[in-house]
Design a binder for this molecule. Structure first.
Ligand code: PEP
Length: 252
């Protein structure tokens, strides 16, 4: 993937509630973006819709993503979904460590294990990081640094280069509060400096960074142009093909 082209991923979360709606949404995204060449696009529907959504977007530039994965491939793990199953359905990206999953108990170790499994099977992990609140002293930077260091502990430079990091400040997710483009730029520089300290500049430059947190058609252009990241992870606005497409177009 060329880093000059943004990656825009739609995280549908636990939506929509019928297969028909999921199928229509996927068809809408695929139709509106069928000629797209200057950005990468992916949608992450709930697991039960992956197969149908995969059919709707097949042979189009839109890729299939999953919202989570288990760190084991098969066996007695009721309720879990493995990377081999995702791969078999044509999934290319896997969101890992979303704050809504971390809120249910997922920790940095779980995240690292899942990332290792996804990389092993040549899919692309999109690892979510980000603080729950901002403070004047800047402790939120330490929090983000800790999340990156914990991930980096288990990854060699060549593996880290294949990871997409999604900076998603929790206070901005689904709240309508967006980080300013200046906040995003500051965090982009900070994350790159942390990666440079842990690895080296070449590795840091290779890691694709996304911003997520109430990205909408009206703020996407500024966040993209001045935020310095390489794309977006979009929640609410990805549930309308038109809004999602407007966000994609804002990156071109
Ligand atoms: C998300 O859930 O990853 C997200 C960024 O949500 P929203 O765009 O709705 O804030």
């Amino acid at each position: 993937m060329k880093k000059t082209h943004a990656l825009v991923v739609g995280n549908w979360k636990l939506n929509p509630i019928t297969l028909k709606e999921a199928s229509d949404l996927a068809a809408g995204v695929a139709r509106k973006n069928k000629k797209i060449t200057d950005a990468y696009v992916a949608v992450a529907p709930p697991f039960p819709y992956l197969s149908e959504v995969g059919k709707k977007i097949s042979k189009t530039p839109t890729s299939l993503a999953a919202q989570d994965v288990y760190h084991k491939n098969m066996g007695a793990h009721t309720g879990e979904v493995s990377v081999l199953q995702l791969k078999d359905l044509g999934v290319e990206f896997v969101i890992i460590g979303h704050s809504e999953r971390r809120a249910m108990g997922e920790n940095d170790e779980d995240v690292a294990q899942k990332v290792a499994m996804v990389l092993k099977h040549k899919l692309t992990p999109i690892v979510c990081i980000g603080e729950s609140k901002r403070d004047d002293k800047g402790d939120f930077f330490n929090f983000v640094q800790k999340q990156i260091r914990s991930l980096a502990k288990t990854l060699k430079p060549a593996q880290m280069k294949r990871v997409v990091l999604a900076y998603e400040p929790i206070w901005a997710i689904g709240t309508g509060k967006t980080a300013t483009a200046e906040d995003v730029k500051e965090m982009q520089l900070f994350i790159e400096s942390v990666l440079t300290k842990i690895y080296d500049r070449a590795t840091a430059r290779n890691v694709r960074l996304l911003y997520g947190g109430s990205v909408k058609p009206h703020n996407a252009t500024e966040l993209h142009q001045d935020g310095g990241m390489n794309g977006f992870l979009v929640g609410g606005a990805s549930l309308k093909a038109e809004d999602f497409t407007a966000i994609i177009n804002a990156t071109i």
